[in-house]
Ligand binder design. Structure first.
Ligand code: RAT
Ligand code: ZN
Length: 424
């Protein structure tokens, strides 16, 4: 290639990159898994700088550098915990971790100058905010069009909200989360019995019928996008215990009938360190064969799957290549870091093309939508741009309309199409 040709090629590459970055930056996203709530859920919707600083990712980090008795930490008011995190992770050392950086991105994008390092000043900004208006501000800043909540009928704080009903809010879609059923059947069965379902705990036909009724009642109430569970690395399928039987005999037939996917988030070791509470969970490599068996044996069901261990990612992609009823999504929790997002997203584009959902935020605090999406978009844009540049170099013409179409798919459209195929 002559010098002039090289210059033209570089310019063409740069144009493709600009185009992709522009589209990814502004694409409205449907965030398919979060832990934030619509304003009608009242105090369950968390927001503001104290909530940002006491995010469990940061709690784990503060105990590494400034341990104290766990009970003493938890006895402090939220603002005291936030002061502690701010002091040890932001003032006494530079906040380089991804979770720390996230707080700065939020402050910065809200127009609050993080260089001021003045926590009380930041608090004042949030004190004058109204939840409803703030949802608008955050959704606009993060270019989020809608989020899927995590709705847990076993949660004593959340259940009464559903008893009160309330208007549906299209910005906040629902997901029926059922971990206790599958991971703690003996006590879950007692709760079902308390709520009037004819369940004895023996997993006889009466129990299975009762569980199906329970699921159907909550589906009718919540109208969820999907049913969901998070499972430990020891998850196996098929298996004869309560988890395997309830999946096979209750969850899958109910999901099929309701026309919704079943989402599995696999690989969390719960409560490795209970003193840390929500921050005390860990990770372990899980069995991808279980996912493969599940999808293979149940071709009429749709499965959304994300796995927590880096080691599982390649095998999961290869499995999804074989199984059209498996939709891989997100860089979950400990994988939601730029280095991991880059590696996983590259691998997924190379093995699955555009037939996956690269990211979900898992935001627990409303404001986190801002940083989680801005950080992820930057990485996804870079990886995607590399792919389009490769296509352009192979003589393919990359058009703006087609990039926009593809990006819309990656940011929620493909997920919606996948969910639509679950309809009976
Ligand atoms: O990412 C998180 O905040 C975790 O604590 C979990 O909630 C996890 O995402 C899950 O949904 O189980
Ligand atoms: Zn989650």
């Amino acid at each position: 290639m002559g010098k002039l040709d090289m210059k033209t090629a570089d310019r063409d590459d740069a144009m493709v990159r600009d185009l992709v970055c522009r589209e990814v930056d502004h694409a409205p996203v449907l965030d398919i898994h979060t832990h934030i709530y619509a304003p009608r859920f009242g105090s369950l919707l968390l927001w503001g700088v104290d909530e940002l600083l006491t995010y469990h990712y940061l709690v784990a980090e503060v105990f590494r550098v400034a341990p104290m008795p766990y009970d003493r930490f938890w006895a402090m008011p939220k603002s005291g915990q936030a002061d502690y995190v701010w002091k040890h992770l932001f003032i006494e050392r530079s906040p380089v971790s991804e979770a720390c950086r996230g707080v700065l991105t939020v402050l910065h994008e809200l127009g609050l100058n993080p260089a001021r390092r003045d926590l009380d000043l930041f608090r004042k900004y949030f004190a004058s905010m109204d939840a409803e208006a703030y949802v608008e501000t955050v959704f606009r800043a993060a270019h989020v069009r809608s989020v899927v909540m995590t709705n847990d009928p076993f949660d004593d704080l959340e259940r009464p909200m559903w008893d009160r009903g309330g208007a549906a809010d299209p910005r906040f879609q629902t997901a029926l989360r059922i971990d206790p059923l599958l991971t703690g059947w003996p006590s879950a069965s007692k709760r079902l019995a308390d709520w009037g379902y004819p369940v004895r705990g023996d997993l006889g036909s009466g129990d299975l019928d009762g569980v199906r009724r329970f699921l159907n009642d909550w589906i009718a109430r919540m109208k969820p996008r999907y049913m969901a569970v998070s499972l430990s690395p020891s998850f196996r399928f098929p298996e004869d215990g309560p988890c395997g039987r309830l999946i096979e005999e209750c969850i899958l037939p109910v999901a099929r009938q309701a026309g919704i996917p079943f989402a599995l988030m696999i690989g969390v070791r719960r409560q490795v360190n209970p003193g840390l509470r929500l921050a005390g969970d860990g990770v372990g490599a899980a069995d991808v064969q279980a996912v493969s068996e599940l999808c293979m044996r149940h071709p009429d069901n749709r499965f959304l799957v994300t796995m927590l261990s880096r080691q599982n990612q390649h095998e999961l992609c290869v499995t999804a290549r074989k199984l059209p009823n498996l939709h891989v999504f997100g860089c979950w929790w400990f994988l939601n870091n730029p280095s991991m997002i880059e590696e996983m997203t590259r691998q997924r584009f190379e093995l699955l093309g555009l037939s996956h959902t690269p990211q979900h935020s898992d935001a627990r605090v409303l404001d986190q939508l801002i940083y989680k999406w801005s950080h992820s978009r930057a990485v996804i844009a870079e990886v995607l741009a590399d792919k389009y540049v490769d296509l352009a170099r192979a003589g393919w013409q990359v058009t703006e309309a087609e990039v926009r179409r593809d990006v819309a798919g990656l940011f929620g459209g493909t997920f919606e199409q996948f969910c639509a195929t679950a309809k009976p």
